[in-house]
Design a protein around this ligand. Sequence first.
Ligand code: FAD
Ligand code: SF4
Length: 464
Amino acid sequence: MSKIARQQSTHLPPDTRRTNFNEVVCGYTETEALTESGRCLQCKDPLCTSGCPVRINIKGFINFVSKKDYKGAYKTITEANLFPSICGRVCPQDRQCEAACILGKKHEPVSIGLLERFVGDMAQQNGWQETRPIVPINRTAAIIGSGPAGLACAYDLAKAGVSVVVFEALHLPGGVLTYGIPEFRLPKERVFKEIENLTRLGVTIETNRVIGRIHTIEDLMGRLSFDVVFIGTGAGYPKNLGIKGDALNGVMSANEFLTRVNLMRGFDFPRYGTPVGMGKNVAVIGCGNTAIDSARTALRLGPENVYIVYRRTLEESPARKEEIRHAIEEGVQFICLTESKEIISDNEGWAKGMNCVQKDETGSSEFLLNVDTVIYALGTMANPIIARTTPELTIDKAGYIETNKENMITSIQGVFAGGDITRSGGAFTTVIHAMSTGRRAAKGMLEYLEAVIAANGRPPKFRG
Ligand code: FAD
Ligand code: SF4
């Protein structure tokens, strides 16, 4: 058993980081990465890989790191995952690969995420890319949405020789990686460099293309002659509480808030033209990743107090544990076991307070929280645009697209779906989970192309 302690990465001190958007976790130095890789037991039957939704050969890549063969490590990771810099930073490793690490039973698990990030960043610094001979197979795929699900699907299809076009509604690709997760946790430069590897493989990404508005799925498979389609549109539709005061000025959804700050670079206003409109006392309602990101982002915009108001206990929060710790260190105040009942208005239609009820085993108490900004981070919903323009698509009551589990096929021949627009993630919707569904769909799409084309010459025209 390893006697070496788990290597901790340097972090920016809380007082410094709450004043800027610089990355909080600095990542391993080479010495730290080598020491950490030396902790891996190189188990005969490793369990860590089964904890990774895309099944990275973790033992294999860590072995390469320990021998300083970083390129070998990169090649091993990218067999399964083109985004090591991203996943190393945002995966909830404590619930996935690291939770399965055998060393973790008696000691601390190997820091798989930080090692993966080290390799991904090293590849970016050295301009390594995923290169492999690609044999075109004269087939075309349209991917709707450039989040992790769509991009992972595009990667596997491109490797198999399919010509892939990704249609993205926003002006930049990446989905939540770009518009949702803040710069201090996931620098956008890292995201775009990893996406560049995909375009180098020949994948075309067309931004500012809202499918459902400019083309329907029927157009894609008919007039535009795509053989297969993947829907990876995420679940970015905001949810509110439906309480009195929801529509007041100063009340907004986390999606709107984070998009303003991340995508429109509102944190750099007035250099960039998008103001964010932050008050002095901010309440974020909810306690998942989105809520923690919203609270920490709000804190960096200079209010006096930022609260997280959560109806459960902190232990029950689905957010990454590390982010909760960071939020506490930075000064976010948690008010748990508390429900928001009403947002109170001033005379001019702006929020000026929130009535709350706190409940514990001894009973319940009401109080007024003095806040002028309220951010809803209550989870999201499926955007209805694709389903509305494609009535043949079977959706569930809440608007999520129904697929089978094995290959993510929808009710329409040749149309597949994955990521947050399906319910595939269950209670935990994560980047790597979305990627694993994108990969499963790509496998299904390739099988479909092979089978249908073998029988018909070309896939049939659109048929629901
Ligand atoms: P998305 O990432 O939502 O991407 C969908 C894309 O489709 C978007 O770019 C959207 O613009 C585009 N689109 C939508 N409709 C159309 C259309 N009609 N035409 C064309 N394009 C369209 N997970 C983690 O693992 N770790 C974390 O730390 C983490 N933090 C998070 C923080 C926040 C703030 C949020 C919101 C989520 C977080 N998650 C995290 C969850 C994770 O980001 C999502 O589960 C994942 O991004 C889902 O991927 P996706 O590809 O399904 O959708
Ligand atoms: Fe762990 Fe995520 Fe990397 Fe898989 S992709 S090994 S779950 S950090």
